[in-house]
Design a protein around this ligand. Structure first.
Ligand code: F3S
Length: 431
């Protein structure tokens, strides 16, 4: 890999041993992928500190939080003290909401260690965003900006909707990027890899958030790690999808497949036309999405569930927008969550503050549900005690939670889920 004189100096130890270890990691990573060089980044999202019981244990046995950073953010056996983040770095979601840790059945060890871990990350100059949707709380890359982001649902949003450029980084490469401002120049940093490979033609209009989740899940399963280009019915989307719909769509496509970039013709910034989206690429395959495909995907997402008694309703994967909280409140206000059912809604901590100010948290709490932040049931492996059946409005969670929490999962609209919370029964139907 070609290094600039400045990069070579960092690799040689000019800026201290931690930066040298970070450069070593980035060079090994880049060479494994045949990257010719590194690229500057000023925007990193990652995870820092001890985010699991194993890491807490590791910290306690190996000399504290610097040992965790060395091992899990730099892939370094040598214990090095990291400098402060060199570039703007946002912390992603955690494995718990500290305000609701007991409700989430988080271990005492994690609860006890949490303040130390959070203080360590803050001490590094990392912004404690604590969300899988950093683009909702002010970290909004501009078109063409090179980023080093973790979290598949955020990566696909950054690339496709914002026109930022990132691969799905790991904890180690994001850690190394935060103290060097460098990341290998490969994958979605390069123009040619951002072009479409598969055409998806819609025979149905896609409008609701749950419909966008179904479409994303269908596409991810079929194109896997390629770049789909979606052509609307009649060449024009009947409704331009908003942030929440694109958030659900991308998260679903990144779950059933490994999609990190897509184009919606006439909507996303690198697809003003179909020609621009493909950029001369040969189309590998054309897929059709009509009523039969939509129904099949809905059945797939509901395939783990048979018991109509719902113990737990979880909303907020990816973390809910303020608009989604407002919508949920409209469906919930004046009603009560069933005595045998729990309902948790997850949102970024910063949006929860707005929900508090707007009175939405009170509406949710008055109904017997809970507005929570920082995490989710899949990340924390936290569901209410005794949960056997859950209801979800997220295709991503319907994909992961049955295996993670050993539960049955119903997938439907937000209204289906809130009805289930209030009646204790699943009555969602394919519509
Ligand atoms: Fe976010 Fe958890 Fe979903 S971290 S994307 S809410 S699985």
């Amino acid at each position: 890999m070609r290094l600039t004189p400045d990069e070579q100096a960092m690799a040689d130890g000019r800026d201290g041993p931690a930066v040298a270890r970070a450069m070593d990691l980035l060079i090994r990573y880049g060479e494994a992928l045949d990257a010719e060089r590194l690229v500057d980044t000023r925007n990193v999202t990652g995870t820092f500190g001890a985010t699991s019981v194993q890491m807490v244990d590791f910290a306690e046995k190996n000399g504290g939080m610097d040992a965790v950073f060395s091992e899990f953010n730099l892939d370094s056996r040598e214990l090095v003290k990291p400098p402060k983040a060199k570039v703007y770095t946002t912390h992603l979601q955690l494995t718990m909401d500290p305000q609701n840790a007991e409700r989430m059945n988080i271990s005492e060890e994690m609860i006890r260690f949490y303040p130390k871990s959070a203080a360590y990350a803050a001490g590094l100059g990392v912004q404690l965003g604590h969300t899988c949707t950093p683009y909702q709380i002010g970290n909004v890359p501009v078109f063409g900006e090179h980023c080093a982001w973790m979290e598949s649902s955020a990566v696909i949003y950054c690339n496709s909707v914002l026109g930022g450029r990132t691969n799905a980084e790991g904890r180690e490469s994001a850690g190394a990027a935060s103290i060097t401002g460098k990341i290998p120049y490969w994958g979605y940093h390069l123009d040619e890899n951002r072009l479409g490979t598969h055409l998806v033609t819609l025979d149905v209009d896609v409008e609701t958030t749950s419909d966008w989740g179904l479409l994303g899940y269908f596409i991810g399963e079929h194109v896997q790690e390629h770049v789909p280009v979606v052509r609307a019915r009649g060449g024009r989307f009947s409704q331009v999808p908003n942030l929440a719909r694109l958030k659900h769509f991308g998260a679903a496509a990144a779950s059933s497949g490994g999609v990190e970039m897509y184009h919606l013709v006439g909507v996303t910034p690198e697809a003003k036309t179909e020609e621009q989206a493909f950029g001369g690429n040969r189309i590998i395959e054309t897929l059709r999405y009509g009523e039969a495909e939509r129904r099949h995907t809905w059945e797939q997402l509901n395939s783990t569930a048979s018991d109509s008694h719902v113990d737990y309703v979880m909303l907020g994967c990816p973390h809910y927008t303020l608009e989604q909280i407002w919508e949920a409140c409209q469906l919930l206000e004046g009603r009560k969550v069933h005595e045998n059912t729990e309902m948790w809604i997850f949102t970024p901590r910063a949006i929860k503050a707005l929900a508090d100010q707007n009175g939405y948290t009170k509406i949710i709490e008055d109904a017997g549900a809970h507005l929570m932040s920082d995490s989710c049931s899949a990340m924390s492996r936290g569901v209410p005690k005794g949960t056997k059946v859950v209801a979800l409005d997220s295709a991503k969670h319907a994909h992961y939670l049955p295996a993670i929490a050993n539960v049955q999962a119903w997938y439907g609209t937000t209204a289906d889920c809130i009805n289930a919370a209030c009646t204790g029964r699943w009555e969602g139907r394919f519509a």
